[in-house]
Design a protein around this ligand. Structure first.
Ligand code: FNR
Length: 319
């Protein structure tokens, strides 16, 4: 996996499933992250080849839920992001998916209480020994690239110090979200503090925060010196942000997303959540579209809402 000069789809819970990743890649994303999956969860799964869809599925024993779905086409650009607080468990989880993905990333920035109370996500930012243990264990035992994604610490000096320790563990790249744990998404990302990390390291740094248009890819690279750029909300709101030729209309992107969800039999929860996030940005959930999407219970319902029932029937009949 090469990280130089790359445009990257960020990990996003409920959003970064197979259809959204393929959509972003179709529009130009070079590397696509899956949503964060907790090590305990993937360890409850078995790997199954799904001949009907042409996918590899990680299916939870007992419930039959598809926790992670991928396909061969994305193998060389796919990053599996994991939540973990333990090196042995992280390795066991990574080994399960390792031949289906290009890289394994550890989430060290998630501020949600669920992550922090489990010692995962941003809780790792204050545990450099554990960070080192997890990353070196993965790196020594896997053939995949190993990376992690952090947030800024309270001072730039602290962020740089942790980043140096992370670099010493032998990771292939480090993603830096330019906000502190307590910052809100609306607070501006601190590109200058990402720049401090870039100057201190020799491995590729992936800059993340406040990229909402194609031109911002270049602007954040210039401001930070980072070689690669990662985008989350800008892609969620319009995945065609990765197109050098300019964004496509939101309506067209939304429809293409839904068609991919139909094609790849995406879970209705994740499909609804992603559509709702898109609608909330451009409109409001209280208006007609938002209301019917919120009420929908199946992918077939969503296909009807967007006039894709013919496509839905064609795909499901031929599956
Ligand atoms: C996120 N983010 C996130 N980060 C992460 O490391 N793992 C994850 O699973 C998620 N999930 C997630 C879901 C949604 C809906 C959003 C909006 C964000 C954080 C994300 O990857 C990114 O770091 C921040 O959103 C900042 O980037 P932008 O949005 O300014 O481009």
């Amino acid at each position: 996996m090469e990280y130089e000069n790359k445009h990257i789809l960020a990990p996003m819970v409920r959003v970064g499933t197979l259809p959204f990743r393929l959509l972003a890649a179709e529009y130009g994303a070079d590397i696509t992250y899956g949503e964060e999956i907790i090590d305990h969860k993937i360890l409850k799964c078995e790997r199954r080849v799904n001949d009907y869809l042409g996918t590899t599925d990680f299916v939870e024993r007992g419930t039959g839920d598809v926790v992670f779905r991928t396909c061969h086409e994305e193998r060389n650009r796919l990053v599996f992001q994991m939540g973990s607080s333990d090196a042995v468990r992280a390795l066991a989880a990574a080994e399960l998916v390792s031949k289906d993905v290009a890289a394994i990333d550890i989430n060290m920035g998630c501020p949600r209480s669920f992550s922090i109370s489990g010692g995962m996500g941003a809780a790792l930012l204050s545990k450099p020994e554990l960070v080192h243990d997890i990353l070196t264990t993965l790196r020594r035992n896997l053939n995949n690239a190993v990376t992690c994604k952090i947030r800024l610490l309270n001072s730039s000096q602290d962020t740089v110090e942790l980043s140096r320790r992370i670099e010493m563990s032998g990771v292939s790249a480090l993603a830096v979200h330019g906000r502190r744990v307590k910052d809100r998404p609306r607070d501006p990302a601190k590109w200058s503090e990402i720049a401090d990390v870039v100057s201190a390291l020799s491995i590729p740094v992936i800059a993340n925060g406040d990229v909402f248009d194609y031109e911002h890819f270049e602007q954040i690279k210039i401001a930070t010196g980072a070689t690669a750029v990662m985008v989350a909300r800008g892609a969620l709101w319009n995945a065609s942000i990765f197109r050098a030729e300019g964004k496509l209309s939101w309506e067209d992107v939304k429809r293409e997303y839904l068609r991919k969800c139909i094609l790849w039999d995406n879970g209705v929860k994740s499909t609804k959540q992603t559509l709702k996030e898109m609608i909330m940005h451009y409109s409001c959930l209280e208006l007609a579209e938002g209301k019917v999407v919120t009420k929908s219970q199946t992918i077939a319902d969503l296909a009807n809402i967007y006039g894709e029932e013919g496509y839905y029937q064609f795909v499901t009949k031929n599956r």
